[in-house]
Design a protein around this ligand. Structure first.
Ligand code: NAD
Length: 541
């Protein structure tokens, strides 16, 4: 199904390969002819988990997946995909048009009645097949994500791909017992699919975030148009290759790559779309909400964060602060759930600053395909410039730089790298404490007493995630209850794919994952069962 696939995972680039496209990638599509021959068997791509050798021939995708077939794009405009570690082209995808988005919606709308009418088990069958295909393809997907996102390959495999698999596995397990029908007194309450769903997704955790929407949406009977980020779309095209092998009826899943304001906007305003589910920035969330209001469609938003990590005075400081800095640097800080504000008791502030600085300094920044690497590059030159600007801003605001800084990491003059950075002497009014920086920057804020910690944590436009550390689980839980945020991890709890994920305040609305992620794609219908005798009484006569 692919147009061009890497020939071999172990292919190496010539050492002198010259290609350094603009650092500000994908600001607008370039005009290059689509490359690619006839659709290829996806199994031609390297499968399994052994592939870690980095360079591979670029993957140029020449078609969009609409109505169950790879459809040549309307125009020659394309988005170039860069390897942010090397600033080299690793592929390209069509810059879809508003017209193509509309055709994808029409295909999804045509497929909806038949798909929605199938029994649940018939809709789960293709998803079981998808699981087998994804498991076999996990290594290749991890390579693809490492290459286009710049995330260390071992994390791309262990987190991005593994969690995507985890979402699918957990839904296959839980969906058969989901209460799609409930008795409530004399009523039967039915969960029915909302309709055609536009899934608009970002680049930072691309496969997982597509799967969080796609799997429950398909399972409940929705049909879908996928619009991946223009910065890292290759893994979603690969997913479409696999979906094409799953015997899904034509039009049940469609994929249109392209610019947010073009394809995303066309989807958001299309009357045939019943729901837009967007994960991304506040800017995109606002625009989609405005456009969707025209047809009063459902809008589900998963947006950014500025999450607080509260270390209580009885916590093991070394563990809590160390884990906090590592979490905030995960994916080079390009994570919505990053604990970018570290709140520590004033009495232990000096000690905490030392641990934070030492932890940040110990993290290894470098080649995503080196298994020792902790942090890869940022996604783009524009992202690097924005994060460096924030670091300079922090210095101007009077914060004390104790690790990292705006200069490029030593020995990394190619690639969009930024040093793991820690600021001390930060107060919550500073812009570096209020704005989502989306880079490896943690600010340390002192507090005096639990109430102060809670006040600072809640003094944010965002409310997506957070953490509390304490020697007493009860004490930590009591604090967690007071934080206005969608998720709180107590004492380093592992990520739970069955628990809901989503934001308070400007971090969005609605929830993904678990039962809540299923309900998100359902309409609810109440059917009252009478005895056959008319018993309607309307007021006094
Ligand atoms: P982005 O908003 O630039 O892009 C996200 C998606 O929206 C892309 O597919 C993009 O093309 C599309 N888009 C952009 N403008 C649009 C518009 N006007 N209309 C329709 N679609 C539009 O965000 P990004 O840079 O890709 O991702 C980073 C942001 O995503 C951060 O704020 C991060 O916190 C957030 N995020 C949130 C979660 C979560 O679960 N809450 C998860 C990951 C990322």
């Amino acid at each position: 199904m692919t147009e061009t696939l890497p020939a071999s995972p172990s292919a190496t680039l010539p050492a002198n390969r010259a290609a350094t496209p603009s650092a500000n990638r994908a600001a607008s599509p370039s005009v290059t002819p689509p490359v690619g021959g006839p659709p290829a068997d996806p199994s031609a791509g390297p499968a399994g988990d052994g592939a870690t050798a980095r360079p591979a021939p670029p993957v140029h995708r020449g078609a969009l997946w609409i109505g169950g077939r790879w459809t040549p794009p309307d125009t020659c405009e394309r988005f170039t995909v860069l390897d942010p570690a090397r600033e080299e082209v690793v592929g390209s995808v069509p810059a879809g048009t508003a017209d193509e988005a509309r055709r994808a919606v029409e295909a999804a709308a045509a497929a909806f009645p038949g798909w929605a009418a199938l029994p649940l088990e018939a809709r789960l069958r293709p998803l079981r097949r998808l699981l087998e295909l994804l498991e076999a393809d996990a290594g290749f997907l991890a390579d693809t994500i490492a290459r286009e996102v710049g995330m260390p390959r071992h994390l791309a495999r262990g987190v991005q791909v593994e969690f995507a698999l985890g979402v699918l596995r957990s839904y296959l397990e839980t969906l058969p017992s989901h209460p799609f029908e409930q008795r409530v007194g004399g009523s039967v309450v039915l969960r029915e699919p909302v309709g055609v769903v536009a899934c608009i997704t970002p680049w930072n955790v691309p496969l997982l975030l597509v799967m969080q929407k796609l799997v429950p949406a398909l399972a409940v009977g929705c049909t879908v148009v996928l619009k991946p980020s223009e910065l890292a779309p290759l893994n979603t095209f690969r997913l479409a290759d696999l979906l094409a092998e799953c015997d899904l009826p034509p039009g049940v899943v469609n994929l249109v790559s392209g610019a947010g304001p073009v394809v995303g906007s066309a989807l958001a305003e299309h009357p045939g779309v019943a729901m837009v589910s967007l994960t991304g920035s506040q800017r995109a969330g606002r625009s989609v909400s405005t456009l969707a209001a025209g047809t009063v469609k459902r809008v589900h938003l998963e947006l950014g964060g500025k999450s607080a990590n509260i270390v209580l005075d009885d916590a093991d400081l070394e563990t809590a602060v160390g884990a906090g800095i590592r979490q905030a640097c995960f994916n080079s800080g390009q994570a919505c759930l990053a604990w970018s504000r570290l709140l520590v008791p004033e009495a232990r502030y000096g000690e905490a600053v030392e641990i934070a600085a030492a932890t940040a300094a110990s993290l290894r920044t470098g080649d995503p395909f080196d298994p020792r690497t902790d942090l890869g590059p940022l996604i783009s030159g524009a992202a690097r410039a924005r994060v460096r600007d924030h670091i300079r801003l922090g210095e101007r605001e009077g914060a004390r730089l104790v690790a990292g800084g705006a200069a490029a990491p030593e020995g990394l003059d190619r690639g969009f790298y930024v040093r793991p950075t820690v600021f001390a002497d930060v107060h919550n009014g500073m812009r570096i404490a209020r704005e989502e920086i989306f880079g490896p920057v943690t600010v340390l804020i002192p507090y005096v007493g639990e109430d102060d910690a809670v006040r600072i944590a809640n003094d944010s436009d965002y409310g997506l995630h957070g953490a509390v550390w304490s020697a007493s689980t009860e004490r930590a839980l009591a604090v967690a209850r007071r934080i206005r945020t969608g998720r709180v991890d107590v004492n380093g709890a592992p990520f739970n794919l069955l628990a809901p994920f989503g934001g308070y305040k400007r971090s969005g609305n609605g929830r993904e994952l678990g039962d809540w992620g299923v309900e998100a794609f359902c309409e609810v219908k109440a059917v009252q069962i009478g005895s056959g005798q008319a018993q309607v009484e309307i007021g006094a006569r």
